[in-house]
Design a binder for this molecule. Structure first.
Ligand SMILES: Cc1cc2nc3c(=O)[nH]c(=O)nc-3n(C[C@H](O)[C@H](O)[C@H](O)COP(=O)(O)OP(=O)(O)OC[C@H]3O[C@@H](n4cnc5c(N)ncnc54)[C@H](O)[C@@H]3O)c2cc1C
Length: 500
């Protein structure tokens, strides 16, 4: 390995994937993070989503367009831990169908499961690994623990740095119990372990938070990583090259850093932006933005994310326990032709504003519609143009309507709760489409802006270049059927193996 600049590897971005990768890499690693290099206590409180406020310093708060005429401000974590430090702390694996759809060598379901295992300690299902055993997936308990059912055949990690737990006992909100009962009454199958690669159904959501404290990726991976140097407030402006070989990066302040290998972990927006600022991207768009083209690749094109709407409902329950996970149960369902589950209803048991309603998040998990990220300028401080292109097809609209109507059925079956939107809206596709347009948001799972097979190879190396990789959710060929936090960390774990 080349040792220019004293570092073997530069990791750009200290988010979910970047922290996992940096923490696992051998040698001398420099992690450059655009935001602050700490995780303050208020951000670690999993019960508070304060950092998702557009004015919070830990939030990039990207201006975006969900559909023509539908502007939005989209949160992403800024600072050590990245989005993994400000997210909902749902730790849910992807599904075997996702890895089949991605069809990338080295990214099979068992490969991904091994990465989840290395990352997690599942406190509901795991037992400590025997002394000296590094790989955690050897230890799967046979007895039941805390009343949870047996884990699926893929087991769980028992020695990884990320603790995982489901709501139980006092932490289980009454609305969660009603949700589970309602789904069963409507005939949806149980999915007792959401991290088992099993068919979709209703079950408790695994969370990477314990006693109300989020196990963010920085705390999990960098506490004991002597080879890693972290620099905060170090915003990278572009990659520097010798011919086709990356030799380092230039920061926004004009300083440079060199190393043997550069890995972009700046997230699905940040990594795409950095590639394009460095001349790697759609040639026509780069020229229009005033950037010299190095290589014409479809960076920032054809990515996907889950379109979502929140259905509010009134409840008369006492407030959630301060340590309770905010989102406790979920129903994954087939909207008509996807047995692996292309729709999702997630229950949120904390109001978004004090005294406000609780919510069911209804999302389309396998959208046809694709988005784009484009540079508007060669200036790295200018935000890129983010267009989600949501709900372009009737197939997408039909399936999202189906998820919302299912959520309304669940509320009625659970408690007879008055549902908003009401029957007048739910009753006609046209009215419901109008309600969706007015309430549309994103689940914030953007994936595929520098995808395997299109921009990087399965080893995550940027095509046509040496010494340059991407390792974050940018590389997923399509957004997985479940949330992306656990998968982002697994990408960091997998990248460390590929580079080791
Ligand atoms: C509010 C919110 C809630 C969410 N809730 C959940 C959930 O409950 N469950 C779930 O599964 N998923 C959830 N997600 C999604 C999940 O958290 C993300 O998909 C995942 O964390 C992305 O990881 P990443 O490593 O790809 O990127 P990130 O974690 O976003 O990391 C990118 C890092 O790069 C840094 N960076 C960017 N540009 C530069 C630059 N030029 N120079 C240096 N550093 C740079 C950023 O500051 C950031 O720290 C949520 C996301 C958000 C935003």
């Amino acid at each position: 390995m080349d040792h220019r600049g004293g570092y073997d590897t530069l990791v750009i971005g200290g988010g979910s994937a970047g922290c996992a990768l940096a923490g696992r890499l051998p040698g001398r690693v420099l992690l450059l993070e655009a935001g602050p290099a700490d995780v303050p206590p208020d951000v670690r409180d999993a019960g508070s989503l304060a950092a998702t406020s557009p004015t919070h310093p830990r939030n990039w708060a990207y201006a975006a367009e969900l559909r023509p005429g539908s502007p939005a401000v989209v949160p992403r974590g800024r600072g050590l831990g990245g989005s993994g430090a400000i997210n909902g702390a749902n730790w849910v694996w992807a599904t075997p169908a996702d890895t089949r759809d991605w069809a990338q060598p080295g990214w099979s379901w068992p490969d991904l499961v091994a990465a989840y295992h290395r990352a997690e300690t599942d406190l509901d299902h795991a037992v400590p690994a025997p002394p000296g055993v590094q790989e955690s997936h050897v230890a799967v308990p046979t007895g039941q623990h805390r009343g949870f059912p047996e884990p699926g055949r893929w087991g769980h990690g028992s020695a990884g740095p990320v603790p995982v737990r489901r709501a139980g006992g006092d932490l289980l909100h009454p609305a969660t119990e009603r949700f589970l009962r309602a789904a069963a009454a409507l005939g949806f199958p149980p999915e007792p372990d959401k991290n088992a690669g099993a068919p979709p159904g209703v079950g408790l959501i695994p969370c990477n938070a314990v006693d109300g404290v989020r196990a963010d990726p920085a705390t999990a991976y960098l506490r004991a990583a002597p080879g890693v140097t972290v620099r905060g407030n170090a915003s990278v402006a572009q990659i520097l090259f010798d011919g086709d070989r990356a030799r380092g990066v230039e920061l926004v302040d004009g300083s440079t850093v060199e190393a043997g290998e550069v890995v972009l972990c700046a997230g699905a927006v940040g990594s795409a932006q950095l590639l394009m600022l460095s001349g790697i991207g759609p040639a026509d768009e780069l020229r229009a933005a005033g950037v010299r083209v190095r290589l014409d690749l479809p960076v920032g094109r054809d990515w996907s994310d889950h379109p979502a709407v929140y259905v509010p409902f009134a409840d008369t329950d006492p407030p959630a326990h301060p340590h309770a996970p905010g989102s406790q149960a979920g129903l994954d369902l087939d909207c008509g032709a996807d047995p692996a589950g292309d729709g999702e209803v997630l229950l949120f048991v904390r109001p978004f504003v004090p005294g406000g309603p609780l919510h069911l998040m209804c999302a389309l998990q396998v959208p046809d519609s694709r988005g784009s990220i484009a540079l508007v300028s060669p200036d790295p401080r200018e935000r890129p143009l983010i267009r989600y292109g949501y709900l372009r097809t009737e197939h997408d609209r039909r399936r999202l309507r189906h998820v919302i109507r299912t959520a309304a059925d669940l509320l009625r079956a659970g408690s007879g709760a008055r549902v908003a939107p009401g029957g007048d809206v739910l009753g006609t596709d046209r009215a419901l489409d109008g309600w969706i347009a007015a309430n549309l948001t994103t689940a914030v799972h953007l994936s595929g802006s520098a995808a395997m097979g299109r921009v990087v190879d399965p080893q995550l190396r940027v095509m046509g270049h040496e010494g340059l990789r991407v390792a974050d959710t940018s590389v997923l060929p399509a957004v997985p059927r479940r949330g992306t936090a656990a998968t982002a960390v697994a990408i960091g774990e997998r990248a460390a193996r590929l580079m080791g």
